[in-house]
Design a binder for this molecule. Structure first.
Ligand code: 3NM
Length: 228
């Protein structure tokens, strides 16, 4: 019994370390909503995975739970085959049901402490932050990574028009946050360089890949500046 307990603890710790390492080494995080995708979520996910996306987030606000579960399990298989991580937006219960690597929550959703009680120590928790105070708080709360944005105006999430944190927020985070973080919001191939120059080493995108005619091609384009 003791040996089994120490084995499971060891396994938990190793899983945590492995996930952290994979997060640190990641560059491009894709958020997928079926409604944004040109040819459906499936092709966008598979093609971008083949092109090198490091994480995929399932972000569906109006799918039934049953559909979300079936979809999620399929995406779990694709991400596993590609060696990418899978994050479920806003639903700790479904993150467990589909065996996602983690769950992502926004400022109006369950706090990290409560999410941690549900998903346990082995799954990652990501938090969206929109100013430096929220970023600091997420770190104190025990988040595993944070989203930093919106960097540019975006129509993908319901922010008030002209309400975006901008590159200044990216610079602030770059100067003081050591937890893995992703700049997000309105990032495209033609403004990515500015984001990296502001200090980001990882970015999260949705529409630029999902709504592209050729998700694989745009993914490769977005990954290019990271190899320099
Ligand atoms: N969260 P796109 S911005 C889902 O700032 C989301 O927290 C943001 O999509 C934040 O790449 C955003 O299409 C939308 O702008 C990202």
């Amino acid at each position: 019994q003791m040996r089994y307990a120490s084995y499971t603890l060891e396994k938990t710790i190793l899983t945590c370390i492995a996930s952290q390492r994979r997060l640190e080494n990641s560059r491009l995080y894709l958020l997928v909503s079926e409604s944004l995708c040109h040819h459906g979520a499936g092709p966008a996910i598979r093609e971008s995975l083949a092109a090198g996306v490091d994480l995929v987030q399932i972000r569906e606000k109006s799918m039934t739970d049953r559909k979300l579960m079936v979809h999620g399990k399929r995406v779990r298989e694709w991400t596993r085959e590609a060696g990418a991580m899978l994050i479920m937006n806003d639903r700790p219960d479904l993150a467990i049901a589909i065996d996602a690597d983690g769950v992502h929550v926004g400022q109006d959703e369950l706090p990290v402490r409560e999410v941690r009680q549900i998903v346990g120590p082995r799954r990652l928790i990501g938090v969206s932050t929109h100013n430096i105070e929220q970023a600091r708080q997420a770190v104190l709360d025990g988040a595993d990574y944070i989203g930093v944005g919106p960097t540019f105006p975006t129509a993908t999430k319901n922010f008030a028009e002209h309400e975006y944190a901008g590159l200044d927020f990216v610079k602030q985070v770059a100067a003081e946050i050591t937890l893995p973080w992703f700049a997000i919001g309105g990032i495209q191939a033609d403004n990515l360089k500015q984001v990296l120059e502001a200090g980001a080493t990882r970015v999260a995108v949705s529409s630029v890949i999902c709504s592209h005619e050729q998700p694989g091609q745009i993914t490769r384009e977005l990954l290019e500046p990271f190899s320099n």
